[in-house]
Design a protein around this ligand. Sequence first.
Ligand code: NAD
Ligand code: ISE
Length: 338
Amino acid sequence: MTVRVGVIGAGMIGQDHIRRLTDVVTGAEVVAVTDLDAARAAEVAGPVGARVATSGADLIGQSDVDAVLVTSWGPTHAEHVLAAIAAGKPVFCEKPLATEADDCLRIVEAEMAYGRRLVQVGFMRRYDTGYRELKKVIDAGEIGTPLMVHCAHRNASVPESYHSAMAAQDTAVHEIDVLRWLLDDEIVSVQVLSPRRTGKRFEHLQDPQIMLFETAGGVRIDLEVFVNCQYGYDIQCETVGEDGLVRLPEPARALVRAGGATRSAVPQDWRERFVSAFDVEFQEWVDAIAVGEPTGPSAWDGYAATVICDVTVEALNSGRIIPVAMKDRPAFYAGGAR
Ligand code: NAD
Ligand code: ISE
């Protein structure tokens, strides 16, 4: 069966996912595209033989759209995801599930009322080979009980529109999701330290930031978010346990020895670093919904991430340690798959 996908939002990542669904993933076809910018939608839809829909609601209502991909701006996600659930269609939503925790809860409630999973959130790191290896090692007990995790999330630079809260909401959100998954544990408190700011930033931005998370199981996580590091896109994660440690491998790049030095290239952005993870993420999504429910990050994971991001912003602004107040996880979302 070919899954016929409608795409809402034909911007940077929407275009990348349309290319992926068309050229890389098997068993899927993009049949409709919509964007607030109709000319952009037409430009993107044409080459893949898709038609242009006039709005998200129009696209979701079309009978040959089997599944929906939401790649519009964050504040518009909830509206489209809720409409897809109301239509009973599987929906893949790029992060964040919604920018407001209350909207995430509305989605959770709508999905539970529908009675089976329809929603998957675009936390692609769970599909990265390195992170999957880390999880395997931790789950097998090879390093013993995890005690500490040291992480870094560095971007070469960010535009002027990027503000201090985005360090959590746009950037650290990936660690927040992947660490909950990796440790199978919940984040219960957050503190943010503000080091000396780099001179290579826009004036309004606190960059870097050091985020300190504590889990229910007592694991301590430190995460450096540095989004103007200049040299490239660099993701680090090391988990230290009672019997050993496991570290995310560097992306495979040739090692060059020349001119009296050894060097290897650093990826320049997230698209390059996580290209394979995105490919696997979409193949697994298509394969899962072709026969049943999505198995990736759930609406509950989307809710948890948004709540923890909000707490992280509060911790940044207040300088205090802030406890995370989350609803109890419903039985519907119990277990790894949900
Ligand atoms: P973008 O601005 O390049 O593209 C968004 C597009 O959505 C624009 O073309 C805009 O006109 C359109 N749009 C906005 N609201 C709409 C609506 N209601 N209906 C139809 N079209 C609408 O943004 P982007 O960088 O592609 O980011 C899109 C989403 O993807 C964001 O939520 C972002 O956080 C997420 N994202 C995820 C990752 C990742 O690593 N997983 C990376 C980048 C972006
Ligand atoms: C961007 O939106 C992403 O999601 C990237 O994965 C992240 O590294 C970057 O900091 C964000 O701005």
